[in-house]
Design a protein around this ligand. Structure first.
Ligand code: 5GP
Ligand code: ZN
Length: 113
Protein backbone atom coordinates (compact mmCIF):
# COMPACT_ATOMS: atom_id res chain seq x y z
CA UNK A 1 0.00 0.00 0.00
CA UNK A 2 1.22 3.46 -0.88
CA UNK A 3 0.70 5.55 2.25
CA UNK A 4 2.88 8.56 3.04
CA UNK A 5 2.39 8.28 6.82
CA UNK A 6 3.18 4.53 6.82
CA UNK A 7 6.37 5.46 4.95
CA UNK A 8 7.17 8.10 7.60
CA UNK A 9 6.47 5.60 10.43
CA UNK A 10 8.77 3.08 8.71
CA UNK A 11 11.41 5.83 8.15
CA UNK A 12 11.31 5.18 4.42
CA UNK A 13 10.77 8.88 3.87
CA UNK A 14 12.35 11.47 6.13
CA UNK A 15 10.46 13.55 8.67
CA UNK A 16 11.31 15.53 11.73
CA UNK A 17 10.31 13.13 14.51
CA UNK A 18 9.70 14.58 17.97
CA UNK A 19 8.34 11.49 19.75
CA UNK A 20 8.23 7.75 19.16
CA UNK A 21 7.20 4.64 21.08
CA UNK A 22 6.30 1.13 20.00
CA UNK A 23 2.88 2.14 18.69
CA UNK A 24 3.00 5.88 18.04
CA UNK A 25 5.15 8.37 16.15
CA UNK A 26 4.93 12.18 16.09
CA UNK A 27 6.62 14.54 13.64
CA UNK A 28 6.44 18.14 12.44
CA UNK A 29 3.83 18.88 9.79
CA UNK A 30 5.48 19.71 6.47
CA UNK A 31 3.19 22.76 6.02
CA UNK A 32 2.81 24.17 9.53
CA UNK A 33 -0.36 26.19 10.19
CA UNK A 34 0.89 27.39 13.58
CA UNK A 35 4.27 27.93 15.28
CA UNK A 36 3.86 24.41 16.70
CA UNK A 37 2.19 21.96 14.30
CA UNK A 38 2.93 18.32 15.01
CA UNK A 39 1.18 15.23 13.66
CA UNK A 40 0.71 12.24 15.95
CA UNK A 41 -0.05 8.95 14.25
CA UNK A 42 -0.39 5.27 15.04
CA UNK A 43 2.37 3.23 13.39
CA UNK A 44 -0.32 0.79 12.36
CA UNK A 45 -2.30 1.88 9.31
CA UNK A 46 -5.83 2.92 10.28
CA UNK A 47 -7.59 5.11 7.73
CA UNK A 48 -9.32 7.48 10.12
CA UNK A 49 -11.00 7.74 13.49
CA UNK A 50 -14.12 6.37 11.79
CA UNK A 51 -12.30 3.05 11.24
CA UNK A 52 -11.05 2.37 14.76
CA UNK A 53 -12.08 -0.86 16.47
CA UNK A 54 -12.44 -1.82 20.11
CA UNK A 55 -8.90 -3.25 20.05
CA UNK A 56 -7.61 0.26 19.23
CA UNK A 57 -8.95 1.91 22.40
CA UNK A 58 -5.63 1.76 24.24
CA UNK A 59 -3.81 3.03 21.16
CA UNK A 60 -6.12 6.05 21.01
CA UNK A 61 -5.44 6.80 24.67
CA UNK A 62 -1.72 6.47 23.98
CA UNK A 63 -1.94 9.03 21.17
CA UNK A 64 -3.73 11.59 23.36
CA UNK A 65 -1.33 10.95 26.22
CA UNK A 66 1.57 11.52 23.81
CA UNK A 67 -0.11 14.72 22.56
CA UNK A 68 -0.31 16.15 26.08
CA UNK A 69 3.32 15.26 26.81
CA UNK A 70 4.58 16.67 23.51
CA UNK A 71 2.65 19.91 24.18
CA UNK A 72 4.46 20.15 27.51
CA UNK A 73 7.83 19.55 25.84
CA UNK A 74 7.07 22.16 23.19
CA UNK A 75 6.31 24.76 25.86
CA UNK A 76 2.70 25.41 24.78
CA UNK A 77 0.96 23.84 27.76
CA UNK A 78 0.53 27.05 29.73
CA UNK A 79 -1.01 29.12 26.94
CA UNK A 80 -3.06 26.23 25.59
CA UNK A 81 -3.23 24.39 22.30
CA UNK A 82 -5.54 22.36 20.09
CA UNK A 83 -5.63 18.67 19.21
CA UNK A 84 -7.78 17.77 16.22
CA UNK A 85 -8.33 14.92 13.82
CA UNK A 86 -10.04 15.37 10.45
CA UNK A 87 -12.24 12.56 9.18
CA UNK A 88 -13.20 12.02 5.56
CA UNK A 89 -14.14 14.59 2.93
CA UNK A 90 -16.34 16.88 5.00
CA UNK A 91 -13.81 16.70 7.84
CA UNK A 92 -11.09 17.94 5.47
CA UNK A 93 -8.93 14.82 5.68
CA UNK A 94 -6.30 14.79 2.93
CA UNK A 95 -4.05 11.92 4.11
CA UNK A 96 -5.83 8.59 4.60
CA UNK A 97 -3.86 7.46 7.65
CA UNK A 98 -5.27 8.46 11.05
CA UNK A 99 -3.45 11.47 12.45
CA UNK A 100 -4.00 14.00 15.21
CA UNK A 101 -2.85 17.57 14.68
CA UNK A 102 -1.25 19.24 17.70
CA UNK A 103 -1.44 22.98 17.07
CA UNK A 104 -0.16 25.74 19.31
CA UNK A 105 1.99 28.81 19.74
CA UNK A 106 -0.76 31.18 18.60
CA UNK A 107 -4.38 31.89 19.46
CA UNK A 108 -6.81 29.54 17.65
CA UNK A 109 -10.14 30.56 16.17
CA UNK A 110 -13.41 28.80 16.85
CA UNK A 111 -15.34 27.49 15.06
CA UNK A 112 -12.75 26.26 12.52
CA UNK A 113 -13.55 26.88 8.84
P1 5GP B 1 -5.29 16.40 6.99
O1 5GP B 1 -5.69 17.50 6.07
O2 5GP B 1 -5.41 15.03 6.32
O3 5GP B 1 -5.98 16.45 8.32
O4 5GP B 1 -3.77 16.64 7.33
C1 5GP B 1 -2.72 16.13 6.60
C2 5GP B 1 -1.49 16.89 7.04
O5 5GP B 1 -0.36 16.17 6.63
C3 5GP B 1 -1.38 18.29 6.41
O6 5GP B 1 -1.30 19.26 7.44
C4 5GP B 1 -0.09 18.20 5.59
O7 5GP B 1 0.65 19.40 5.60
C5 5GP B 1 0.65 17.05 6.24
N1 5GP B 1 1.51 16.29 5.35
C6 5GP B 1 1.19 15.78 4.13
N2 5GP B 1 2.22 15.12 3.60
C7 5GP B 1 3.24 15.21 4.52
C8 5GP B 1 4.57 14.70 4.53
O8 5GP B 1 5.05 14.04 3.60
N3 5GP B 1 5.33 14.99 5.63
C9 5GP B 1 4.83 15.71 6.67
N4 5GP B 1 5.66 15.93 7.70
N5 5GP B 1 3.58 16.20 6.69
C10 5GP B 1 2.79 15.95 5.62
ZN1 ZN C 1 -0.68 4.36 6.41
Amino acid sequence: MDCVFCSIAEKKIPSSIVYEDDQVVAFHDIHPEAPVHILIIPKKHIQSLALIAEENKELMAGILYAAANIAKEQGIEENGYRVVTNIGNDGGQTVGHLHFHLLGGRSMKWPPG
